[in-house]
Design a protein around this ligand. Structure first.
Ligand code: GRF
Length: 211
């Protein structure tokens, strides 16, 4: 029997998408996986608590020591941070990294060492490919809906490249805005859809690795 697929999950916040992966792991929805470590760029991310409750090792990887080491250059601090993050990830010998609400923009200093080891990186983004990129997409979609400029938005799981949120999509799902009374209602509708799609997208990425 093949060894379980090793996954590292990157988070920044509440970790509800991480929780979806934890709940689905080693069920028919996401078979034969081993979540080896959860890494957060924020010390107080509740997702770290969720990981610990599931007996998954955790690491807090903060930017401050790298800024202290490179006080004159934020790009140098980010490159050093990303190189250290890549080393943390590669120490787990994962097949796949899942960015589950990870709010940092990763640079080639992170992506290149992983590519050299054929480690794939996928990301959950709360918009359709090429529609809205960057942070605040749910809020922007809601604002455009209120102006009558759009009726729907969506979410996607995509491969991560240096260009933010522009990597090839693995799976996407439209989300109708119609019927949401306010922004929180849309956020809730999107998060519910995310919790399904992140499991489906991770499964598809793993299946693609095995081809
Ligand atoms: C999700 O909406 C994700 O799309 C966005 O941040 C949120 C993460 O939520 N990038 P959680 O930390 O998984 O609960």
């Amino acid at each position: 029997m093949a060894a379980p697929t090793r996954l590292v999950v990157l988070i920044s916040g509440s970790g509800s998408n991480l929780q979806a992966l934890i709940d689905a792991a080693n069920t028919p929805a996401l078979p034969s996986v081993h979540l080896t470590r959860v890494i957060s760029d924020r010390k107080n991310a509740y997702g770290l608590t969720r990981a610990a409750a599931a007996a998954i090792p955790t690491t807090y990887h903060g930017i401050l020591p790298f800024r202290a080491a490179h006080p004159a250059s934020e790009p140098a601090a980010r490159a050093a941070y990303d190189a250290a993050l890549a080393a943390l990830v590669l120490a787990e010998s994962p097949a796949l990294v899942v960015c589950a609400g990870f709010m940092r923009i990763v640079t080639p200093a992170f992506l290149d060492p992983l590519r050299e080891k054929a480690v794939q990186v996928i990301n959950l983004h709360p918009a359709l490919h090429g529609d809205l990129v960057g942070a605040g997409c749910i809020e922007r979609a809601w604002a455009e809906f209120e102006l009558g400029k759009r009726q729907r938005t969506g979410i996607m799981i995509h491969y991560v490249i240096a260009e933010v949120d522009m990597g090839e999509p693995i799976v996407q799902a439209p989300v109708e805005i119609e019927g949401c009374q306010d922004l929180p209602a849309l956020q809730e509708r999107i998060h519910e859809a995310e919790h399904k799609l992140i499991v489906q997208g991770a499964r598809m990425a793993i299946d693609a690795l095995k081809k």
